[in-house]
Design a protein around this ligand. Sequence first.
Ligand SMILES: [Fe+2]
Length: 295
Amino acid sequence: MELNIKNRPMASAPLSACLSLIDLERYPIHNPSSPVLLEVIAKARIELADSGCVRLPGFILPEAHSALAAETTALAPLALFSSDEYTPYGTGPDDSFSEQHPMRRAHRTTSGHVTRDLIPAQTSIQQIYANRALKALIAACLEAGDIHPFADPMRGLIINTMDVDNVLEWHYDANEFVVSLMTRCADQGGTLEYCPNLRAPGNENFDAVRSVLDGEKDHVHSLDLQVGDLQIFKGRYSLHRVNRIENGTRHTVIFGYARQPGFIGSVASTMKVYGRVMPEHIAAENDRNSDGLAG
Ligand SMILES: [Fe+2]
């Protein structure tokens, strides 16, 4: 097993500022051949295969927690909150299905997003996102060969903020995987619940989805993420939700990577979630439609 890090730092090179936030004894990402790191990767691969989810607890050193929380708290007032009713598939209810069918059952989801273009380049979270050693670790855990930060000027890095009564109801993600860093925990509520690999390509497993929507807990795992934890989650196959915030505020920083370079979200989906688009979205849309065909 080998980490794919170009320009690997020399052992004696000074650590970049953002590496000083990371618990390098537990997660020595600056030293790709470290047996400690290889063990982390091997365990992560097993957990991702078993449950589609891996948590790297204490990834950020405790002494850096308050600074990261302060960073996302200072930026949180820039969040655009969206609140809408979606089925688990990110759509509105489809009346052509029976009443209890998951394609027809929509639940309200409310949370706020601070997009990458609003997050200053010198912040720690921008620097963590740009760090090659972290990217290499994530790619290795996913057995992906290489992964690429989004080219999308808004979605690449998102602060997701949830206040009292906010909830992310049961859904699948559009992306195959998501990487997130918890910077602030709610005082009560805000637990991640997920159903590992509830669907697979070619099998929506609607009966199981319906049972989860009905309150059945057999498939449901819960993960009590703590400040400083890094999580890799395959949300495209695992139905999941973040429970209602009962008290306090919850912040997670979401790092967007894709298997292919150049990912930019569509105009329609960007408008829907973030309420605006940038010239890069329009240019990418024009490129996608340049063959003159519909759709
Ligand atoms: Fe999600």
